[in-house]
Write a protein that binds this ligand. Structure first.
Ligand code: GLN
Length: 536
């Protein structure tokens, strides 16, 4: 068996430097050189997973094929590398402690005092090497969440140190991502925070091999040399990562800086020349759109765009495939609550997307927005809660069931959206929704069929409520088509209105399967419909 190479990515100075994008970019560069790569994220928080966190706290929860609720960086990994992640690709402090405490209760530690070192760090190392030990990968990239210096991430860094010591310098690499600020008053960029961050790493016993330096405009050779000298790394191992117009350009920037060559050289890997042709084409399309469309996104977490990360990225992919830039108009669902002037709030949009959501707040506004675009034949795309609200809207305004609602919002005589049977006994919150990949059969001749061009698909889910089949006939008689059905439980997965130019909504989350160079078909066709709407 060949030695698996481990690359660790840590972050310093400030958060939000785009560690996930950097990790994904490194992954893509190595993959483009013929290596079998996977990525994993270590999150220092104590939640077992982000599933129980509010979108305001954490942004989107990214659901994998196997139904794990994970960090949104896994979405970047999937989109950049065009491969599926799994439960094994995301570890949190909560999971590590949970496991260790379960073992302690079972008596597995045979009378020992259970401690952070070695028991917690050993469990981290077990997870660290789990992917590497599958024999499926040449390189495992591990992104350590948080910023160096945080108390929370210390056990992860200690595990990293121990692992690097064990496998040796030729099999492991430490990359540190930092930030060089420009101080306006001095007219200079400053390297001191980077020096301090590296010092903190050194105190923990980790010498970074490569520094990736984020900055607004890039850094000169002088600055690189200065950083190299004070941080104890080779001159050519200080790599600049300046701000770029799209995250998809980052791999190309890092490749220009020869980051992949340095990694391959340091890890003594044999790899072919990179093949980035498809990727360059994508970036070129993103940076040079032929026209633009505006999509209204009517949700309630609008002030936290990270809450809709995968949706926003899916618009980038589907925009590129349609040669358009997709502008987002954020529409706050609560503004439309009264049902008056819906048109005023929806002015200028070429399509409306109603995304996922939970709870009552904003639901009436979403329903009014959907009514407006249904009646005015503006393209509509509903996702999960967005589909559920489209069903409620249709029930109220077409079927004239005035009290129609989802049970999640209000219990009425006409709960056209109701709790799933399998959910009825569940009280625990963590990991208990209908999660992950499920099958769906597509009705021939429908818009959906023309979109997917196949009758069997699988898509990812995260919900507790579903279309209430008791109402199916009534809806069909009034012109709604159930174009996607889960064959095992007969659940409605996709609805559409054939008499409308584009009114399609799904119970699953298509955005989770949109890839940079392969836009999700539903997004692609929705944007196509928006383009057409704008033209007419
Ligand atoms: N709250 C709804 C449900 O649980 C929709 C969930 C979602 O939009 N992801 O079914």
């Amino acid at each position: 068996m060949k030695n698996v190479k481990y690359i660790f990515l840590t972050g310093g100075v400030v958060s939000s430097l785009g560690k996930g994008i950097a990790a994904s970019s490194i992954g893509l560069l190595l993959k483009s050189r013929g290596l079998r790569v996977t990525l994993q994220k270590f999150d220092p928080y104590i939640n077992v997973d982000p599933g129980t966190m509010s979108p305001y706290q954490h942004g989107e929860v990214y659901v994998t094929e196997d139904g794990a609720e994970t960090d949104l960086d896994l979405g970047h990994y999937e989109r950049f590398l065009d491969m599926n992640m799994s439960r094994a690709n995301n570890t949190t402090t909560g999971q590590v402690y949970y496991e260790v405490i379960l073992r302690e209760r079972r008596g597995d530690y045979l009378g020992a005092t259970v401690q952070v070192v070695p028991h917690i760090t050993d469990e981290i190392k077990r997870r660290l090497t789990e992917l590497g030990n599958t024999n499926k990968y040449d390189v495992v990239i591990t992104e350590i969440g948080g910023t160096v210096g945080d108390i929370e991430s210390l056990p992860f860094l200690e595990a990293m140190r121990q692992h690097m010591l064990k496998v040796g310098r030729e099999n492991s690499l430490s990359i540190h991502l930092t930030y060089v600020p420009f101080i306006e008053a001095a007219g200079e960029i400053k390297t001191k925070p980077t020096q301090h961050s590296v010092k903190t790493l050194l105190e923990i016993g980790i010498q970074p091999d490569i520094l990736v330096i984020r900055s607004h405009k890039g850094i000169s050779q002088d600055i690189k040399e200065k950083i190299a000298l004070f941080c104890n790394v080779r001159n050519d191992c200080v790599v600049s990562a300046k701000d770029v117009p799209t995250i998809y350009q980052v791999p190309l920037e890092l490749s220009n800086e020869k980051l992949d060559d340095i990694i391959i050289d340091k890890l003594k890997i044999r790899a072919k020349k990179p093949d980035l042709a498809k990727w360059k084409k994508l970036v070129n399309k993103i940076n040079n759109p032929k026209s633009e469309v505006t999509v209204g996104v009517c949700g309630k977490y609008n002030m936290v765009p990270d809450a809709y990360k995968s949706i926003l990225e899916a618009f980038v992919h589907s925009g590129a495939e349609n040669d358009v830039k997709v502008n987002i108009k954020w529409i706050s669902a609560q503004d439309l609550e009264s049902g008056k002037d819906s048109g005023k709030y929806l002015k200028g949009i070429d399509g409306l997307l109603v995304p996922y959501g939970f709870g009552e707040r904003g639901t009436e506004g979403k329903i009014h927005a959907i009514k407006y675009v249904r009646e005015n034949k503006i393209p509509f795309f509903g996702i999960c809660f967005g589909m559920q609200m489209a069903v409620v809207e249709f029930a109220r305004n077409v079927l004239k069931l005035k009290d129609a609602n989802s049970t999640e919002v209000r219990k009425t005589k006409n709960n056209v959206i109701d709790l799933m049977e399998e959910q009825k006994g569940i009280t625990e919150k963590g990991g208990t929704m209908r999660l992950g990949s499920y099958a769906c059969n597509i009705k021939k001749g429908s818009k959906t069929y023309n979109t997917y061009k196949t009758s069997h698909i699988t898509e990812r889910h995260r919900h507790r409520y579903e279309f209430n089949n008791r109402f199916r006939m009534e809806f069909e008689d009034a012109g709604m088509v159930f174009s996607g059905i889960n064959p095992d439980k007969d659940l409605v997965e996709i609805i559409e209105i054939p008499s409308h130019p584009w009114f399609v909504a799904c119970q699953f989350h298509p955005e989770l399967k949109s890839r940079a160079t392969k836009a999700h078909p539903l997004f692609r066709e929705f944007i196509k419909a928006c383009k057409k709407y704008k033209k007419n």
